[in-house]
Ligand binder design. Structure first.
Ligand code: AMP
Ligand code: GLY
Length: 422
């Protein structure tokens, strides 16, 4: 099979690494990819959001399957674009339709979707500029902290947790007057849930589903989960506190009703559902849905998956998903992300990277890297994920940290405490 993978992060390097191991993959193209993905296929300078260009390239290269890494093309309707174009209909695009991608693209949609099946999640109300005063009154009645969420995609910055009623009111006013552009024309205000978070990944053809390895990511830039939110500084799979009993609750109360609601809405969904969960006194609640795999969770999930990924993805289109049993590596995986100094605020790119060849017993997943004039250089905030196996998460994290010291570039920063709260 000839496969095109869209995206350029650590998640996509992990996908490229796994896809290229499959005997079913004849040729892999990655658009636009990074220096790491080019070890497994051919990088192509294409914008994943330019569907016309992607479509033409698929025809030119006789692509049979497109795997969509990031949420943006899905929320913009890449699956529908291929389906509605007679020349492209035969190509299998892994990801939900635009309607399905609303689970991530609109927080309010996700809330209404969950309410329809009584899926446990934080109580909420939604507000628009017209209902600003009601929103302010609503905030006055809450007990802080107060969670405000821009309805649409806001590059991971759309969730604000206000420590006081006054700050929450100020935030609501700012959001509704365009702080996040169109994304915050609607705002969801919800109850603050206190507990420990984890992520569940489901692969579905819209009818059947398989649960992939669970993971926990670390989003804050600073140790002990302090400071600004990032795209993710590290991850562990599986988080030891998630036992079979918890997963049974997640399956019965969350995954199964999610599948029922997808079907009752007639949503075409052939792809990943990433369910962000929080365990409150051992009861699971949904924090959010995403319509794709997580980053850096993919860098710990795929190494634990023994199945042929291409066979799994292909089964979404031939009705065979139910026949496949998921085979997992029992060891724990951990990943530690190396980032550019200054990230997630201002940082410099183009720093020469050295020492990668001395990494031992970790898998190197490139994120923001590129090859330039014979050098490997940094090309983003999150630069490289180092994934290791261990008998427990501590051993796996220690292995990644040992290698994190060996990779060098000016301004390198990484968290040394991944798993500190487990
Ligand atoms: P999201 O962008 O939806 O992933 O939210 C970002 C982060 O905000 C989540 O990972 C949680 O840590 C936090 N968060 C979101 N919703 C809530 C909530 N209702 N209660 C507590 N924390 C939340
Ligand atoms: N690691 C969180 C995300 O991918 O959204």
């Amino acid at each position: 099979m000839r496969i095109l993978l869209l995206g350029s992060g650590g998640r996509e390097h992990a996908f490229a690494w796994k896809i290229s191991q499959s005997p079913l993959c004849d040729e892999l193209f990655i658009a636009p990819g990074n220096a790491g993905t080019s070890q497994h296929g051919r990088n192509v300078k294409l914008n994943p959001n330019d569907f016309k260009e992607i479509g033409s390239y698929c025809l030119f290269r006789k692509i049979e399957m497109v795997v969509v890494g990031p949420e943006d093309p899905l929320v913009r309707g890449i699956v529908d674009h291929f389906k509605n174009n007679a020349n492209l209909q035969h190509i299998k695009v892994v990801g939900p339709s635009q309607e399905g991608a609303k689970l991530e693209g609109s927080k309010a949609y996700g809330k209404v979707f969950m309410a329809a099946q009584n899926i446990p999640t934080a109580a909420y109300k939604e507000f628009t500029p017209e209902s600003l005063q009601e929103g302010l009154d609503y905030i006055s009645m809450q007990t802080p902290p107060i969670v405000l969420k821009a309805d649409g995609l806001a590059a991971g910055k759309g969730v604000v947790i206000s420590p006081s009623i006054e700050e929450a009111k100020e935030e609501l006013q700012q959001m509704l007057s365009g702080k996040f552009g169109a994304a915050s024309e609607k705002v969801v205000i919800e109850q603050f849930l206190s507990g420990i978070e984890f992520s569940v990944f489901v692969l579905t053809d819209g009818k059947d589903y398989k649960v992939l390895p669970i993971a926990k990511d670390y989003k804050k830039i600073g140790e002990a989960d302090t400071g600004l939110n990032t795209g993710g500084m590290g991850a562990i799979s599986p988080p030891p506190f998630v036992d079979d009993e918890m997963m049974q609750k997640v399956d019965e109360r969350i995954i199964q009703p999610t599948m029922i609601e997808i079907q009752s809405r007639g949503i075409d969904y052939k792809g990943f559902i990433f369910i962000g969960l929080i365990s409150v006194d051992n009861e699971p609640y949904v924090i959010e849905y995403n319509c794709r795999m997580g980053d850096p969770e993919t860098e710990v999930v795929l190494p634990r998956l023994k199945n042929d990924l291409v066979e799994l993805l292909d089964s979404l289109f031939n009705g065979k998903l139910d026949d496949i049993s998921i085979q997992l590596e029992p060891q724990t995986t951990a990943t530690v992300m190396l980032v550019s100094g200054g990230y997630p605020e201002k940082y410099e790119k183009g720093k020469v990277m050295t020492g990668i060849e001395s990494v031992e017993n970790s898998i190197v997943f490139h994120a923001g890297t590129k090859n330039s004039e014979g050098n490997l250089v940094t090309n983003g905030g999150r630069v490289m994920a180092l994934t290791s196996f261990g008998d427990d998460f501590k051993t796996a994290v220690a292995q990644s940290l040992e290698n994190a010291e060996k990779v060098n570039f000016e301004g390198k920063y990484f968290r040394k405490d991944i798993g500190f709260d487990l």
